[in-house]
Design a protein around this ligand. Structure first.
Ligand code: MG
Length: 169
């Protein structure tokens, strides 16, 4: 595998773990606010990010590449309003999309079609992540200021169940 592509995927493993950490921090914020459904939604989100990291870890290993773990950064976002983590989450997903695109570009440049095919799943996944974030922000903007609606939205988010990714390596 091209050195640059391998290094970018290795770096992305760290970024995915950071995403998990960030989402867990958001879950923690909502738990402190008494919104267990919102907390559940972000805990599921955190598990998905760990999956992303593990898929990349396995992909590098399967291709004979060395995996190096670096320190995971401390989540440093601060939240005041209930909608803040949702907006930070969307901004973060857009950032992750740009990172995946950069890896994809590097793989394409080195004609590494195995990696572009591997990344296709992540490209699609990022589209879903951004849409989920936007939908949640929309609901929060519509209903978040009303206590009864917030209660219902919290109940809806409490029902989110974790499912392992369907990607086969
Ligand atoms: Mg991810």
């Amino acid at each position: 595998m091209n050195n640059k592509v391998s290094a970018l995927i290795n770096d992305q493993i760290n970024k995915e773990f950071y995403s998990a950490y960030l989402y867990l921090d958001m879950a923690n914020f909502y738990t402190q606010k008494g919104l267990d459904g919102f907390a559940n939604w972000f805990e599921v989100q955190a598990k998905e990010e760990q999956d992303h990291a593990l898929l990349m870890y396995r992909y590098l290993q399967n291709n004979g590449e060395k995996v190096t773990f670096e320190a995971v950064a401390k989540p440093d976002k601060t939240f005041e309003k209930l909608i803040d983590p949702l907006k930070e989450g969307l901004a973060h997903e857009k950032y992750v999309t740009s990172l995946i695109n950069t890896i994809y570009e590097a793989a394409q440049e080195s004609k590494d079609f195995r990696t572009t095919q591997f990344l296709d799943w992540f490209i699609k996944e990022q589209g879903e992540e951004e849409k989920n974030s936007i939908d949640l922000i929309t609901k929060m903007e519509l209903f978040g200021d009303d206590a009864r609606s917030l209660y219902l939205l919290n109940s809806e988010l409490a029902a989110r169940v974790y499912t392992a990714p369907s990607l086969v390596l």
